[in-house]
Design a protein around this ligand. Structure first.
Ligand code: BTN
Length: 293
């Protein structure tokens, strides 16, 4: 596996998402399959839903389902994750009922090096949906962090099974901080995280956000498979938190590199011109220093 639960799909069952027990949503309604379907405008993505009150990780479950031949578009959705995974072996804080914790199964039949473009695409779909719905100025920090005013509001984790030259199955996991108050984040994230609620000053309904993300992702996915990544790269650049030419430091597989940002390529790798004037391509890593807008 590489980075890039009730087990039946709950399509159309209005009671499917009713969650018994002590957990109570702090704002709005539960993000049940029925609630999501009231807002869903996608043709396929998110119509087969595997919904859990609590699960270890929606990505882990989606990978299992993909291995068991679940078709493209299946969505694993949870109210809470006990082992939410972040990029680079980090933990994703997944407090019950406050966020969106969802993983989409894809079968893209693209060369494996192109898989990261799909996680970039998910971050574009998330930022775009948040901006369309709430006008909060969400931007993307390479590769897939969604930020508002420099604070993280959402993250994307793409995982691919196997090591074939073509991607046969892939899972794109999306985590969005929606109804978190400042005190809901662990102390170490207090200064670096935000939520839709904090940005808007009021709790919001999670279902239209997830529906918007799924519709935007599906539309871009169809275009990428048909026409290639030109439009996606343009959109990503227009949402980039880092302007072209901005100085930055990147922690990549071969250590830290400093230079200026010169864009991303069609496989989603970051391009950096080093102090020596040389062009570097960083496929995996993280920005550790920059002036974000
Ligand atoms: C990151 O920014 O580090 C990526 C965070 C991805 C979190 C989501 S929440 C739903 C899905 N399931 C997981 O275990 N992780 C992703």
């Amino acid at each position: 596996m590489s980075e890039t639960g009730g087990d039946k799909p709950l399509r159309g069952d209005p009671d499917a998402g009713r969650v018994p027990g002590p957990l109570q949503p702090s704002a709005g309604e539960s993000l049940t399959p029925a609630a999501l379907q009231r807002h869903l405008r996608s043709a396929v993505f998110g119509h087969r839903i595997f919904y859990y009150a609590t699960i270890n990780s929606t990505n882990a479950r989606a990978l299992e389902l993909a291995a068991a031949d679940e078709p493209e578009g299946g969505l694993v959705l949870a109210e809470e994750q006990t082992e939410g995974r972040g990029r680079r072996d980090r933990v994703w804080c997944s407090t019950a009922y406050l966020g969106i914790y969802a993983s989409l199964i894809l079968r893209p039949a693209i060369p494996a090096p192109r898989a990261p473009a799909l996680t970039l695409m998910a971050s574009v779909a998330v930022a775009d949906a948040l901006n369309e719905l709430y006008g909060i100025g969400a931007r993307i920090k390479w590769p897939n962090d969604v930020l508002v005013a420099g604070r993280k509001i959402a993250g994307v984790l793409g995982e691919v099974r196997g090591a074939e030259p073509e991607v046969r199955e892939m899972v794109v996991g999306i985590g969005v901080n929606v109804n978190h108050a400042a005190a809901d984040f662990p102390a170490e994230f207090a200064a670096s995280a935000t939520s839709v609620r904090l940005e808007k000053g009021a709790p919001v309904d999670r279902a239209p956000i997830l529906a918007g993300i799924l519709e935007g992702f599906e539309r871009r996915y169809a275009r990428l498979l048909k026409d290639g990544s030109t439009v996606l790269l343009r959109e990503w650049a227009s949402l980039s938190a880092l302007p072209m030419g901005a100085p930055l430091s990147v922690e990549g597989p071969s250590g830290r590199l400093e230079g200026v940002f010169t864009g991303i390529d069609e496989e989603g790798a970051l391009l950096l011109r080093g102090r020596d004037g040389e062009q570097h391509r960083i496929a995996f890593g993280a920005i550790v220093g920059s002036l974000l807008r």
